[in-house]
Write a protein that binds this ligand. Structure first.
Ligand code: PRT
Length: 100
């Protein structure tokens, strides 16, 4: 499995935590907090990626990007969206450029 294939696995884990209302799960606690809490976390993590990049610290960028992507997946799930919706849009843009 390519490391990025794990994003799909993680999407499934997030879905499971929400569907089963897993007590003690950070994901489920975000779900309970709703879109406003999750959006706040996404915003904070995005800023942290930018701060890490400005510090030119690649390891830090990787860690903060992982935090950002996890929280973004939770936000998408809560909004009834998925990674596939984002990938479809990116592919559409690429093909719209006439280079696909
Ligand atoms: N990838 C992640 C992941 N990345 C980050 N986090 C959590 O996101 C939070 C980010 O917190 P911050 O960076 O803001 O720091 P903090 O001050 O500790 O957090 P807050 O007090 O601000 O909430 C931390 O509690 C991290 O543990 C994650 N929590 C869960 N996952 C994945 O989700 C799966 C399910 O986790 P649970 O829902 O907890 O079962 C796990 O197995 C992981 O694969």
């Amino acid at each position: 499995m390519d490391d990025c294939d794990f994003l799909k696995v993680l999407e499934g884990v997030i879905d499971d935590r929400i569907k089963t209302k897993r007590q003690g799960s950070y994901t489920y606690s975000l779900y309970v907090g709703g879109v406003s809490l999750i959006s706040k976390k996404v915003g904070e993590e995005a800023v942290e990626v930018a701060v890490a990049a400005m510090a030119k610290d690649k390891d830090w960028v990787v860690r903060e990007s992982a935090d950002l992507m996890y929280h973004l997946l939770v936000l998408l799930r809560v909004m009834g969206l998925s990674l596939s919706d984002i990938c479809r849009e990116l592919r559409r843009r690429h093909e719209g450029e006439g280079s696909g």
